[in-house]
Design a protein around this ligand. Structure first.
Ligand SMILES: [Ca+2]
Ligand SMILES: [Ca+2]
Ligand SMILES: [Ca+2]
Ligand SMILES: [Ca+2]
Length: 321
């Protein structure tokens, strides 16, 4: 039951103006990234697959649309390698086991991670109609998602896979009440267990992720990939002033572990990605975080408990020593 603990919080999350934009305003990440499966991993994608989950509170009975910005690989926003020859497959799943299957929570696309009912799938290559524009899936009834009793919500899973080619697809998501506009569902949220994303070129822009720390977590391991030695990864929370993590070079992973502090459980950590000057351009990176049991920790678009801000107190000073 403990694994559901984090869900209890999502309805009480501080309301972000765009909580269902993926990446969200709080994350300040320009694009999600998935490469075609013929690309070398040194371009910044370790597995050519990205899995996201969308949560809809059961109190919402209207229709749901899942929208994808710049679903094509070509034209604006995307990263060409030679010429554009890449295709992505987007697949949306609901029904039993869409979320609850253990393979769906793995950071690697292995086993039955495509669990649940396939609701819609679409292959997109170069497509001027979808370039710098929105593709909409839906409408769906929230009950087509997997019902999660512990959180009184329905979960959908969206997988983006690079099925051919060697170019980089940049894209974003939005869960909306409308087919034509981005209108958030009150109390909705989105999360992933592994993020593959683009950093800004501007070194003044700091990107964030907010992994949720549940009650059983006392130690975490962070893993980052293809950071190209670009600046720093800094972790903070209400009680943690700053902790720096080792960063990876070209096409390799860097990992480190640290202990969770008193006052961090039941809340989110703030991982900040601070670029160096001059900045590494077109930097695509991957990150995931596991607890001491090896379980992947979710990063919510709208951080559970709100964006953590360090509060200097006598007690936090003591913990730091
Ligand atoms: Ca190419
Ligand atoms: Ca494009
Ligand atoms: Ca794209
Ligand atoms: Ca990179």
């Amino acid at each position: 039951m403990k694994k559901w603990f984090f869900f209890l919080y999502f309805l009480s999350t501080t309301v972000d103006a765009w909580p269902q934009a993926v990446p969200s305003k709080d994350e300040n990440i320009p694009f999600l990234v998935t490469f075609g499966n013929k690309a070398k991993i040194e371009w910044g994608d370790d597995d050519f697959s990205q899995v996201f989950f969308f949560l809809i509170p059961e109190t919402y009975a209207g229709m749901v649309f899942i929208r994808i910005f710049d679903a094509d690989t070509g034209g604006k926003n995307d990263e060409v390698n030679g010429q554009f020859d890449t295709k992505m497959r987007y697949s949306l799943y609901g029904g039993k086991y869409a979320y609850s299957h253990n393979d769906a929570k793995n950071v690697d696309p292995v086993g039955n991670y495509k669990s649940g009912n396939l609701l819609v799938t679409k292959i997109v290559g170069q497509d001027p109609k979808l370039d710098d524009n929105w593709l909409t899936f839906g409408p769906f009834n929230p009950t087509e998602g997997e019902y999660v009793a512990e959180s009184k919500s329905h979960a959908f899973k969206l997988i983006c896979e690079g099925i051919t080619g060697d170019d980089g697809n940049m894209y974003r998501y939005f869960m909306s009440t409308s087919a034509n506009e981005n209108i958030a569902i009150e109390g909705g949220n989105a999360f992933a267990f592994e993020y593959s994303f683009r950093l800004y070129d501007d070194p003044k822009q700091v990107s964030h992720i907010y992994p949720f720390v549940d009650e059983k977590t006392f130690k975490i391991q962070q893993s980052n990939f293809d950071w190209d030695d670009d600046g720093k990864i800094r972790v903070s929370s209400e009680v943690r002033h700053e902790q720096f993590c080792p960063i990876s070079g070209d096409g390799v992973w860097a990992q480190s572990e640290f202990l969770i502090m008193e006052g961090e459980k039941g809340k989110s950590l703030n991982f900040e990605f601070i670029k160096k000057k001059p900045a590494v351009l077109n930097n695509n990176v991957v990150i995931y975080i596991r607890n001491q049991y090896g379980e992947s920790m979710p990063f919510f678009s709208s951080p559970i408990g709100g964006v953590p801000k360090y509060k200097y107190t006598i007690s936090s000073q003591k913990v730091k020593k």
